[in-house]
Design a protein around this ligand. Sequence first.
Ligand code: ADP
Length: 602
Amino acid sequence: MDRVKKLLKKHYGYSEFRKGQEETIESLINERDTLAIMPTGAGKSLCYQLPAMIYDGITIVISPLISLMKDQVDALNEAGINATYINSTLSYDEIDERLYMLQSGEYKLLYIAPERLVAPDFRQMMSHINISMIAIDEAHCVSQWGHDFRPSYASIAPLIAEMDKRPIVAAFTATATESVKLDILKLLNLNDPKVVITGFDRENLYLSVVKGRNKKDVILDYVSSHREDVGIIYCATRKEVDATYDLLMKKGYDVGRYHAGLTDEERKETQEAFIYDDIKIIVATNAFGMGIDKSNVRYVIHHNLPQNMEAYYQEAGRAGRDGEPSECILIFSPQDIMIQKFIIEQSIASQDRQNILYEKLQTMADYCHTSKCLREYILNYFGEEYEDETCDYCSNCKDDSELTDMTLEAQKIFSCIYRMDQRFGTTMVADVLKGSKNQKVLSQNFQELSTYGIMEEYAAKEIKAMMNGLIADEYLELEGNQYPVVRLKPRAIAVLKGKETVMRKMHKLAPKSEKDSELFTILKDLRKEISQREKVPPYIIFADSTLSDMSTYMPLNDRELIDIKGVGESKVKKYGAEFIKAIESYMKAKDIDPESRPNIHN
Ligand code: ADP
């Protein structure tokens, strides 16, 4: 393990292992089959990359995500580790060349998709090389019970069984319920395996749910106070993606959009622009994200309720892979439940399956309503106990929201709904309260109602937002799928009779703590320049956290630079001089005395 630790520092620039890494690596270098279940961003790649450097032979990494392979291989090469990939994006000549180089021992790691295993020329090549380990990424794909079943994963175990010398088999996944775990062990035919489970908690993610506010306002508020940050905004439909994208475009944000209605070319361009930091925000349907390994995503906002917790945690988990504090915000409106129910109803034939999905949807809705710790809720869902009483890092534990009395407004809304015979949706009710002269209102003679125009001081969207809050707090309910009408619940009657008051919480989003320092911005610009020159994404050159440490400690020579977390030897050689020069000129311009710098070892 001493050797492994040295390699960790040398190639990746890290001095410590994260939870689960050491145990997994130790088991693998002791040549034991291993299954590691660790959440997204926990650092699974290192768990097979480091042993791969220790073994005599080659490690084959099986990954279903072709789009990730190049990224991973680029990152390895940048860290001074010889690796390559073979997949359908390469020409025959390129594949031949790589196969040849493999046989001459050029590489320590080879990435392939599972389909490649059954290709005859590939199998023939396999019999000529010394394969020390087969590492199977996204191992849950082997199980039919998982949310991501891939039939080609079934060919992995039989193929391993045919090999003359059985390599060590390592399996990795971020999502595995008990049945999926058992499937992985059985279907991949792991031999007396060590199972390492680190738990699902992602401590650096601030979880929040926002209710009863206009969604677009929430998004605009948030992005305007996080202009420097990179983020993803997920919407349920293409239409909502387009609308949100247009809104942010008009306000002058660097934004891109991604959904299945765009051409392959457009999608590819947007994805590249996002990866290379040319755009900061991406608005997307859930079609976006598989294969995105970008480590510096600072926030993930869900404009709509996702269908289930597995999907939510996977999408939200794309924030903060680098371990830096990041936010996951879910904006809830009761209409979202209707939309998702409608989607399930339309797309799933089997009633049983529909019922399972409705149940999962309900759990997701409960997440939005619960007053307990959000982290605890998620971990419990995945079958894990949460020891601490509060996490102090979610919108329920850190509830600094203001309580306001809105009994009067609620009474006005309820009485208007009552007078409209509980037969209309929230838009129409809001229009009447606002005193709108639109044709729909006038044709029903609603201008005659005593509640017409009694909330004219509010914008219609504010009135609607209040109603959404009242729905979330169960004073009102929506009925019907496509054009839901809003109805009073018993609690609303008590309010109308003056027996109950209505208090509303206005959830505040965590404010941005501090602005990026000037030097940090300079270093980011330099990284961008290098990224364009070398044609590798910025975060593969150095993570944001590494640049941030550089701007704090201001290293002025190679020795000081290597002390920074995330700086390995090969990066010092490649980029050290440029970064040191930038820091030097900054310090000169600002007249900073090197002696006054903070000491990294303190
Ligand atoms: P996963 O595959 O589990 O989602 P990755 O392997 O992509 O996660 O790692 C996520 C991020 O964490 C990467 O940027 C990686 O460099 C970083 N990382 C991994 N191990 C460590 C460590 N021991 N110390 C600091 N950062 C680490």
